[in-house]
Design a protein around this ligand. Sequence first.
Ligand SMILES: Nc1ncnc2c1ncn2[C@@H]1O[C@H](COP(=O)(O)OP(=O)(O)OP(=O)(O)O)[C@@H](O)[C@H]1O
Length: 272
Amino acid sequence: MSPATPTPGGVSIDCVDACVDFPIFDAKSRSLKKAVLGSAGGAIGRNSSNVVVVEALRDITLSLREGDRIGLVGHNGAGKSTLLRLLSGIYEPTRGAARIRGRVAPVFDLGVGMDPEITGYENIIIRGLFLGQTRKQMKAKVEEIADFTELGDYLDMPLRTYSTGMRVRLAMGVVTSIDPEILLLDEGIGAVDAEFMKKARIKLADLVSRSGMLVFASHSNEFLAQLCDSAMWIDHGRIRQRGSIEEIVTAYEGPEAGRSIAAYMERMTREC
Ligand SMILES: Nc1ncnc2c1ncn2[C@@H]1O[C@H](COP(=O)(O)OP(=O)(O)OP(=O)(O)O)[C@@H](O)[C@H]1O
């Protein structure tokens, strides 16, 4: 299917009792007998072959449809990034099923698909191809992306000469120029300066409005409220609760955080 062809019947993601385990063959915990839950991370247990496994996701049952814009919250190691990878098809469920219909743009690690030895310009094209665009599409928008990054002459230099924030600028420029059907976004975009971030958030909101579906993992409630219209709390690899942003923030962080995000959303609505 060409990148511009919409998926017949619309985009959708359906998971039924999906689990993701990571076997750890070099784990040192010989005395470990049954699944252990720490405050961070998924449970550590053993599979039927007695190999130590991290139980990153447990019994995920979920239906997402065109127009859904859902934010993921949860503690470190709760399983948010693993869930995004499951929803993108990068990870297969160890048990259960995950069915994805639509063109997925996985934007987890802004560095993926970049080559340190080639120039910024060349990386713009390569990164676009990685995100499912054609070379022709990327060539048509390379100048616009270059302007957005404000990297000037550095765009003719190899990527290895860039600072972290400069790399993020480049990656953000490419990501926000595409038209995905399913956008899976991990927050890891904190490395840019405040001025650029302001500009990037506007572009990002525009990208979200163009995409058919968004799942966004974030530790920032404000950012979540800007891009999503509902939320899901992931807790030790399970879906603990799904609801409005205010409901989920209240359940996860308490009433004060819930009131604060409700006030923020009200201000956002007034300013629009
Ligand atoms: N490649 C891997 N190998 C082994 N364990 C992994 C791997 N990736 C993730 N895990 C484990 O899976 C669990 C879920 O991790 P995940 O990265 O999905 O959490 P997260 O909610 O995105 O966390 P954070 O908010 O800290 O980024 C954790 O216990 C983590 O240790």
